[in-house]
Design a binder for this molecule. Structure first.
Ligand code: SF4
Length: 212
């Protein structure tokens, strides 16, 4: 299963390398499909590759990547335990926000990655990935509040780069991370007690909101 997951993710990554579905490939150096554990319980979705990601082809390198690693270490995890990707797989020029048509063009890759990895928790980093699951959400209000469907939890987080720019958010970010093991455990229990499997709701309507 792990090997199959890895092979299927590698195939998607190959498609991304040669993708021409939106304009972003034109100004990018390398595609950044995502990286990590093909069977991760925890999937992070950021916004788009930045300067160092574009050079290396890897997600969340540079300062925000280091900070993300520190946050993961706080809960006993490393990059190899999780999967990290973005809503767009090529760097927007000058780190501008990805445009709606670019996010839409790239959506199928992310949908397929989620389907294959089948994470227990999808943690969004920043507002572009957050709006996929919380269309009207305001990050300063909803960060750290998990939303559950019958299959998974969706967990909005600040973007690590935004926290580095706004150190007053650091304490909230760390508290939100420390709550992740509890959210993961809750979904493990939910799945263990389910009688029959149902289709994961990647971005469909969510049926239950829990504030713990
Ligand atoms: S950002 Fe996504 S849709 Fe656009 S060219 Fe890259 S892989 Fe294709």
């Amino acid at each position: 299963m792990g090997k199959d997951n890895a092979a299927t993710l590698a195939k998607i990554a190959q498609e991304i390398q040669v993708c021409r579905l939106c304009r972003l490939y034109q100004s990018a150096t390398k595609a950044v499909p995502g990286a990590g554990n093909p069977k991760a319980e925890l999937l992070f979705i950021g916004e788009g590759p930045g300067f160092y990601e574009d050079k290396s082809g890897l997600p969340f390198v540079g300062q925000s990547g280091k900070y993300l690693e520190q946050l993961l270490a706080m809960i006993g995890l490393t990059r190899d335990d999780v999967f990290i990707t973005n809503v767009v797989k090529h760097r927007p020029p000058e780190n501008r926000d990805p445009l709606p048509d670019e996010i839409a063009a790239c959506k199928n890759y992310l949908d397929r990655q989620i389907e294959i990895i089948d994470p227990l928790v999808i943690a969004t980093l920043g507002r572009h990935s957050m709006s996929r699951y919380f269309p009207n959400g305001k990050i300063t209000k909803i960060h750290g509040v998990p939303k559950y469907d019958e299959y998974r939890a969706y967990y909005p987080l600040f973007h690590p780069a935004a926290v580095l720019r706004n150190p007053s958010w650091q304490q909230d970010m760390e508290q939100d991370f420390r709550r992740l093991p509890e959210v993961l455990e809750k979904v493990r229990e939910m799945r263990a007690t389910r009688k029959s499997p149902s289709t994961p709701a990647d971005d469909g309507p969510l049926t239950q909101l829990s504030l713990f």
